[in-house]
Design a protein around this ligand. Structure first.
Ligand code: GDP
Length: 423
């Protein structure tokens, strides 16, 4: 079985937490896109962990984690992340972590480029996480990137390096007036951080196909959400990769396999990091209250997130793009204590009400149309069965199912592993 767990919204839906919960039924968890711009927060009996590159399954004994060919890997960051987890007692060996030889290496100059470009843009900046993600994906498509498998053959790698360093310096020095990088520094980067990873690097497609044949349960874990997909999201305020479930098998190394199920992670309200249009956005006190209650600060960057009520227009589009079979609704507990809950049911544009998500260039001019639903005035964080939930919370869930044309199967009511209700 191949199951994708993907984000329906703008990211930060609580995917890490749901993957951690659902991974109990899986033998393998594979990340198929993105890099260390992800920040998955997981709280379980072993502590609180923030994962940027490693699949969330790494926290479960017996689960094998795979970093797929669709990923970009900052090997220095990975070394730090592995060291932190090991300090917390998490076992990481070539038996439970496999890194695709085709995954692309994020270079220090990609991170530098990302920072230089944000500085150049100044007040027009994109809100990049400055982890080098856009530059390294650009290099990939320009065919100037290095891949993990090259670390296994340093002699050949050494031969490719000078031409690429020369080419990259044209940009660093010529376009930005920055310091050039040297072949020696870059080779040292590969040596220092690549050498310890060698035994983890393999053809993950081969491994996954064998596992699939043997009847193993494989989960594909996405980073970010549908609205950040480079092709289907709010371009140009997207990430630089495809996070949609349909891309999962390609990014995981198994383009021959078909997805059996897609679980869409959706937040009970909206949050969005960085710049770009965010139609249902709250401001002022309303925003502050929701942000504080939800702890909406970026896991990777600590930046305060923009927040708003549940957006049915964007979420329905997210469900469609992901082809979600069922929804896991997160953070419903955060909405407790409101007399009434607003939800965004339309976008007003030039006097018309849109109920389908538009081509993104008009989003800046869209105004949210809110509808009010009844809130619930009690703490739901201890609820573990549908019958424990107040009727208003059930009605809220039913509204979402209807608006998004998709069944809500799980409702998370707390960050801890067991704080959820299965409907
Ligand atoms: P991800 O990137 O999609 O994994 O999302 P983040 O990790 O950035 O955000 C999820 C945050 O909300 C983390 O701090 C989680 O521990 C927390 N969280 C997840 N689900 C719930 C929930 O149902 N209730 C509460 N109160 N917190 C949650």
């Amino acid at each position: 079985m191949l199951t994708a767990i993907v984000g329906i919204n703008w990211g930060d839906e609580g995917k890490g937490r749901m993957v951690d919960l659902l991974s109990k039924d899986f033998d393998i968890v594979c990340r198929y896109q993105g890099g260390n711009n992800a920040g998955h927060t997981v709280i379980n009996e072993r502590g609180k962990f923030i994962l940027n590159l490693l699949p969330s399954g790494i926290l479960r004994e017996g689960v094998v984690c795979v970093m797929g060919p669709g990923m970009v890997v900052d090997i220095r960051h990975l070394a730090g992340e592995m060291a932190r987890l090991r300090e917390a007692g998490i076992r990481i060996t070539p038996e439970n972590l496999k890194i695709s030889d085709r995954a692309v290496i994020t270079m220090p100059y990609n991170v530098a480029q990302d920072c230089l470009e944000e500085e150049r843009l100044a007040d027009k900046k994109f809100g990049s996480t400055k982890r080098g993600i856009a530059p390294v994906y650009a290099d990939k498509y320009l065919k100037k990137a290095f891949r993990m498998g090259e670390l296994l053959d340093p002699e050949r790698l050494k031969k490719r390096l000078p031409d690429i360093v020369e080419w990259k310096n044209l940009t660093l020095v010529g376009a930005y007036g920055a310091k050039p990088v040297t072949v020696e520094e870059m080779f040292e980067y590969f040596r220092t951080y690549g050498e310890p990873l060698k035994e983890y690097i393999c053809d993950v497609g081969l491994y996954l196909n064998e596992a699939h044949k043997a009847g193993k349960n494989i989960m594909l874990e996405a980073q970010l959400g549908a609205l950040r997909d480079i092709d289907y999201g709010i371009y140009p305020y997207t990430s630089s990769s495809n996070n949609l479930a349909a891309y999962g098998p390609i990014g995981a190394g198994v383009p021959n396999l078909k997805m059996d199920k897609t679980i869409g992670i959706m937040k009970a309200y909206s949050s969005c990091v960085g710049e770009g249009p965010f139609t249902a956005e709250y401001f002022g006190e309303k925003a502050e209250k929701l942000r504080t209650a939800g702890g909406e600060y970026g896991a990777a960057t600590g930046r305060p997130r923009r927040v708003g009520p549940f957006d049915a227009v964007a979420s329905k589009y997210g469900v469609r793009c992901q082809g979600a079979d069922e929804i896991a609704l997160t953070k419903l507990d955060i909405l407790s204590g409101y007399e009434e809950l607003e939800v965004c049911v339309g976008y007003e544009l030039d006097g018309k009400i849109l109920t389908e998500f538009p081509f993104p260039n008009v989003l800046e001019d869209c105004k949210p149309v809110f509808k009010k639903l009844k809130g619930w005035n009690c703490d739901i964080s201890k609820c573990r069965r549908a019958a424990d939930l107040p009727q208003e919370a059930i009605d809220y869930i039913r509204f979402i199912e209807k608006a998004c044309e998709c069944r809500v199967r799980y409702v998370s009511v707390g960050a801890e592993r067991d704080a959820y209700v299965e409907l």
